[in-house]
Design a protein around this ligand. Structure first.
Ligand SMILES: NC(=O)c1ccc[n+]([C@@H]2O[C@H](COP(=O)([O-])OP(=O)(O)OC[C@H]3O[C@@H](n4cnc5c(N)ncnc54)[C@H](OP(=O)(O)O)[C@@H]3O)[C@@H](O)[C@H]2O)c1
Length: 282
């Protein structure tokens, strides 16, 4: 099975490079240039396209809706068409931010979407276009990613930011009223490959580590497990305003995907593995 990965230099794409893939980076093709995108996809033989390319700067997207929609929605539709023409599978990576967060129960795949910021709206439109224009499409919703490569779009990841600020300042203030599913890109990459190897049915899957946490819970575990001497202070999101609104609750239920790939590690287990990989004793 020949797997082409778009966005191969990103945080998730980098973990997919551990498997046998054809890596495409922005240098190979800018997905917002649709003519070049189609030419590039025509010129290479593949059975599956995994799209990890994305406009990921959630706050910046508020002022750059056109660019965010071009990359996260229109380009996704173009990729879906190209895959359908080639009879290739299309695996598209989406986000927990397609939901509005007005719940306290982890979202299942069939729950209604209702994005509350531009980034979420653009990703939600991407899901729709992939479904409308594509043939054999798997949409994977991931969330709150941490991976050894760090997010190129966000300039690192939350784990690294907490460890750096913890060491530098000895005091972290972290929001405690937003709940999500911390997720390792190592585990998502493995889930993608296993889904493909096992011929998973087309459709939407929530591909996250097990368990849920507030950002404060997550920060406490990072600081404790990495043995960093810092106080972690809980604050509300009202005390830490950001340009884009965030869903207050976006934990995802991963029961459906476990039916195909088997048990998925708890996020604390994934965090320990990440810290060991980065050379921290846990
Ligand atoms: N990070 C998170 O916490 C998070 C949460 C929920 C969902 N997700 C989703 O998970 C996926 C992977 O995220 P990630 O953390 O791996 O992101 P990332 O590290 O920012 O990687 C995104 C990749 O997309 C590439 N890209 C951006 N615009 C492009 C363009 N016009 N043409 C070609 N390539 C382009 C980037 O290239 P450059 O390296 O050249 O910029 C980068 O390699 C995305 O679909 C994202 O929406 C992420």
């Amino acid at each position: 099975m020949k797997i082409l990965v778009m966005g191969a230099n990103g945080q998730l794409g980098s973990d997919l490079k551990k498997f046998e893939i054809i890596p495409f980076t922005r240098r190979d093709v800018d997905v917002s240039d649709f003519k070049t995108l189609h030419t590039a996809l025509k010129s290479v033989t593949f059975d599956v396209l995994v799209n990890c390319a994305s406009y990921n700067r959630v706050n910046d997207a508020e002022g750059h809706a056109e660019e965010a929609f071009r990359i996260n929605a229109s380009a996704v539709g173009e990729m879906a068409v190209a895959c359908r023409k080639k009879r290739a599978r299309f695996v598209h990576v989406s986000t927990d931010f397609v939901f509005d967060g007005a719940t306290t129960k982890p979202y299942v795949e069939s729950d209604a979407t209702g994005p509350i910021n531009v980034y979420g709206a653009s990703k939600c439109m991407g899901e729709t276009l992939a479904r409308l224009y594509g043939g054999d499409v798997i949409t994977l919703r991931v969330a709150s990613l941490f991976g050894v490569a760090g997010s190129s779009g966000k300039g690192g990841n939350f784990v690294e930011t907490m460890m750096r600020l913890g060491k530098e300042t000895g005091r972290l203030t972290v929001v405690n009223d937003i709940t999500m599913s911390p997720t390792s890109t190592h585990d998502v990459a493995r889930m993608i490959v296993t889904l493909l190897e096992r011929g998973a049915a087309a459709g939407t899957y929530h591909a996250v580590n097990s368990g849920q946490a507030t950002w404060y819970d997550f920060a406490c575990e990072i600081i404790r497990r990495a043995h960093i001497n810092a106080d972690v202070i809980p604050v509300t999101s009202a005390e830490y305003p950001t340009r884009a609104r965030r869903p207050l609750f976006s934990a995802l239920d991963n029961t459906k995907i476990t039916g195909v790939v088997g048990a998925i590690p708890h996020w604390t287990e994934a965090l320990d593995r990440y810290l060991r990989q980065k050379g921290y004793s846990t």
